[in-house]
Ligand binder design. Structure first.
Ligand SMILES: Cc1ncc(COP(=O)(O)O)c(C=O)c1O
Length: 374
């Protein structure tokens, strides 16, 4: 599988060996328990521990995360379930953890929880590899690159080298990139983690998360955690996710191409400031992003003058839903400041580029900007 192109790998990822009269991708297996006589030995015993639909999806995600390698993937009910599985299965009271201070807005909740368990939490921004200065004596470094919603990028390989030299484990939240945009394990990370609610599944109709590790001991820790807390995906969600992976390359390629065209068009507009997209050659993150990313993602961020201008822009869009989340085939945008959790200006917009025809989307954004500043 390691020599195949991304598209070929995506359409075949995790498919079972062909069997006469069996479907290419078996349907979801709905089962709380499985027939089990004698000693309770797997592969399938009880539905909180394993499920054949997860097995195929986990195999598929592993093939995308680390083509040609034996890795262990564990799927979860959501991205947050995956994130907390890594952190809470690894750290103990008295340990120190390094988090980004500009990552996903639920990370401060995680931070509070860790602190309540007696874990020291150190934070620094993603940009400029600022987390490197906090590694001494830490147990785990948590990276989110590109970061959400600021779209800053850090040099993952460089941070991993510094962390491993200090005996610190490294986890990368790869949600914005997806595994066909960036492969954290190849960059040296111990855990590649993602919310598959976003670009990975891409239709905005399910929540899911995953953790992939090269080290079987770390996989065992994460799997044990899933069994303990029961943060398991439903078989239907797992199957829909696997089905969606077959179009991952098509969706993400289209979305990335349009995202770059939109970022370039926004760069021409006087009312747009603070424009960020790692794929833009003029973006401060571009040199590092170009070294470690294979595709730059579907999310763009920028600022309009104030809250009123941003709200007028959002309500004038005809082809873009005012909704949170990102990475889906239908474009969405939101005024991120409405949640109150991110350090962003009132006019800050996070824009997720979908799979619409690029000329239609660009025209819609141009007319909405015109309407917003009129
Ligand atoms: C970067 C990032 N990580 C994790 C999450 C959490 O994922 P979920 O909503 O699937 O729990 C999100 C959600 O937006 C996210 O943007």
């Amino acid at each position: 599988m390691s020599t195949l192109g991304d598209g070929t790998r995506a359409v075949r990822a995790g498919l079972p060996v062909p069997e006469q009269f069996e479907p290419t991708l078996p349907g979801p297996v709905f089962a709380a328990h499985f027939h089990l006589s004698g000693d309770p030995v797997g592969p399938y015993t009880y539905g909180r521990e394993t499920n054949p639909t997860w097995t195929l999806l986990e195999q598929a995600i592993g093939e995308l995360e680390a083509p040609g390698e034996e890795v262990g993937t564990t799927v979860f009910a959501s991205g947050m379930a995956a994130i907390t599985a890594v952190l809470l299965s690894q750290v103990r009271s008295g340990d120190a953890v390094v988090l980004p201070d500009d990552g996903y807005q639920a990370l401060p909740l995680v931070r509070e929880q860790l602190a309540a368990y007696g874990v020291e939490v150190r934070t620094a921004p993603t940009g400029g590899d600022a987390q490197a200065a906090l590694l001494e004596g830490a147990k785990l470094l948590w990276i989110e690159s590109p970061s959400n919603p600021g779209l800053d990028v850090c040099d993952i390989r460089r941070l991993v080298e510094a962390a491993h030299a200090a005996d610190v484990l490294v986890a990368v939240d790869n949600t914005l990139a997806t595994p066909i945009g960036q492969r954290p394990l190849e960059l040296g990370a111990d855990f590649s983690v993602a919310s598959d609610t976003k670009g990975m599944t891409g239709h905005g109709d399910l929540l899911l998360g995953h953790v992939t590790c090269r080290d079987p001991r770390l996989t065992a820790d994460v799997r044990r955690w899933r069994k303990v807390v029961g943060a398991i995906p439903g078989p239907m969600e797992a199957w829909l996710a696997h089905r969606s992976l077959a179009t991952l390359h098509l969706r993400i390629d289209r979305q990335c191409t349009t995202a770059l065209a939109l970022a370039e068009a926004l760069g021409e507009r006087a009312e747009v400031t603070g424009l960020r997209y790692p794929g833009l050659p003029t973006d401060p993150s571009h040199p590092v992003a170009a070294r470690q990313m294979r595709r730059f993602g579907s999310v763009i961020s920028f600022e309009l003058a104030d809250r009123g201008t941003a709200e007028r822009f959002l309500s004038a869009l005809r082809l873009v839903d005012d909704a949170t989340s990102f990475g889906g085939v239908r474009s969405t945008a939101e005024r991120r400041g409405r949640w109150g959790g991110d350090a962003v200006a009132e006019g800050f917009i996070r824009f997720s580029v979908g799979a619409e025809d690029p000329e239609d989307l660009l025209a819609d954004v141009e007319q909405a900007l015109d309407a917003a500043v009129r």
